[in-house]
Design a protein around this ligand. Structure first.
Ligand code: ADP
Length: 397
């Protein structure tokens, strides 16, 4: 070890480079400490930071570099000095008084505040067991290192804060979008219902039977839409809080899928389905009604977001469980939205105005599949299509 290497501008430069260029603060700290140790003698080094309430100093980093001590035990060497350093807001060099026979019992500790501007947020304790004493230059160099580490930690803290603000903003934005989607989704059926009811009630006009039927069908359809929306809202909050109990029974998934296909075709006769089911396929334990809800949602999403595309349904089974693939050859989902689509209220922005929806469907699917101890994932490629993969563990023999 080149302990006599002079503290020169090259050392300052190298430390500054580590601070500026390393994104992970722990990696950067390790690099700094190992580099400094090549020319600056110390046995232990510990960094204390205030906890969230600024009441206690917690050790966030400790390194034992030599002379027969373990890192954990050594941390205690600096603790009382750490408190003194932050209270007095200054560098303190604590040297053992008199002749020191057992040097391990009487360390020399250099305690330096970690601070940016006027705010002290912790300390760094540099410990030597026995000689040599810290020279004035070395104390100053210790302060330089503390300054660089302060900048490093502050930068890390600010990055974390920015990330948490981004998350907060994102969730506020999602809520905001949801409220506007919800208002729109409520407003439009209520508008139709009110409009056609008023029309039917008008006394100055006589509607023939065919017209009356047409208007009533629209009212009926829009009432169903409203009912679905309210049910989805209720389901999503009950599933979120675990209030919905699954009613497990033996279920034939192929039959459930066939029913879902029949329902989809009833509403959208032009939809085309291709199925591939292994003939030795076995039934599973599940909640038939809830699983049907998942399939209905996935097929209705194909109709909404990949109109005109055929739907390819595949079931695979092995000893671990059953996989169901629901695939379309539609426009796909942009990668930046893909990771969010199972979140409650999330809608990919380009879809919000063109197609009806509340951003609850896939969230509900995920909760239902989770309640079956399974998983649901999505893969999508722009202009190629989207594939949802459901895994349900276990099967019935
Ligand atoms: P909703 O349909 O009510 O908006 P979902 O939770 O069912 O809510 O879907 C969330 C979003 O995922 C949709 O807004 C849409 O942007 C996207 N999406 C879902 N399925 C598909 C699909 N098959 N192809 C393209 N985008 C899809």
């Amino acid at each position: 070890m080149e302990i006599n290497r002079p503290i020169n501008s090259e050392n300052f430069y190298k430390i500054n480079q580590i601070v500026c260029k390393t994104s992970n603060w722990k990696v950067a700290l390790d690099e700094i400490i190992h580099f400094v140790h090549t020319f600056y003698i110390f046995d232990n080094l510990a960094i204390y930071l205030f906890d969230r309430n600024r009441t206690n100093l917690d050790v966030v980093y400790a390194k034992a570099m030599g002379r027969g001590k373990t890192g954990e035990a050594d941390v205690a060497w600096g603790e009382s000095l750490a408190n003194q350093v932050v209270q007095e807001a200054r560098t303190i060099l604590q040297e053992p008084p008199g002749e020191n026979k057992d040097r391990l019992q009487k360390p020399i500790i250099l305690g330096i505040p970690l601070q940016v501007e006027d705010q002290i947020f912790g300390t760094i304790q540099i410990v030597r067991f026995g000689t040599p004493d810290f020279t004035q230059d070395q104390v100053h160099y210790g302060e330089f290192i503390a300054g660089q580490i302060s900048l490093l930690l502050k930068q890390h803290q600010l990055t974390e804060q920015v990330e948490s603000y981004k998350d907060l903003l994102n969730s506020l934005q999602v809520q905001e979008d949801f409220l506007s989607t919800l208002s729109h989704e409520l407003h439009s059926p209520i508008g139709y219902i009110k409009g056609y009811t008023t029309t039917l009630l008008r006394e100055d006009t006589q509607w023939n039977k065919a017209n009356q039927n047409e208007f009533l069908k629209i009212i009926d359809q829009e009432t169903d839409n409203l009912k679905d929306l309210v049910e989805n809202l209720l389901d999503s909050s009950r599933l979120q809080s675990g209030q919905i109990k699954m009613n497990f029974q033996i279920v034939r998934l192929d039959a459930l899928l066939n029913d879902a296909i029949a329902r989809a075709k009833l509403h959208h006769p032009r939809m085309i389905f291709h199925q591939s089911v292994n003939p030795s396929f076995k039934p599973i334990m599940g909640d038939a009604r809830r699983l049907a809800q998942v399939f209905d949602n996935l097929t209705s999403n194909v109709e909404k977001y990949a109109p005109g595309s055929p739907v390819f349904i595949r079931i695979e089974q092995n000893d671990e469980g059953t996989k169901i693939f629901i695939e379309d050859h539609g426009p796909g989902i942009p990668p930046e939205h893909l990771k969010h689509i199972f979140e409650r209220f999330y809608r990919a922005p380009n879809s919000s105005s063109e197609v009806h929806g509340s951003g609850l469907g896939l969230f509900i699917c995920k909760q239902i599949i989770r309640a079956h101890y399974g998983s649901i994932n999505v893969k999508s490629e722009l202009n190629k299509g989207t594939i949802f993969e459901i895994f349900l563990p276990g099967n019935v023999r």
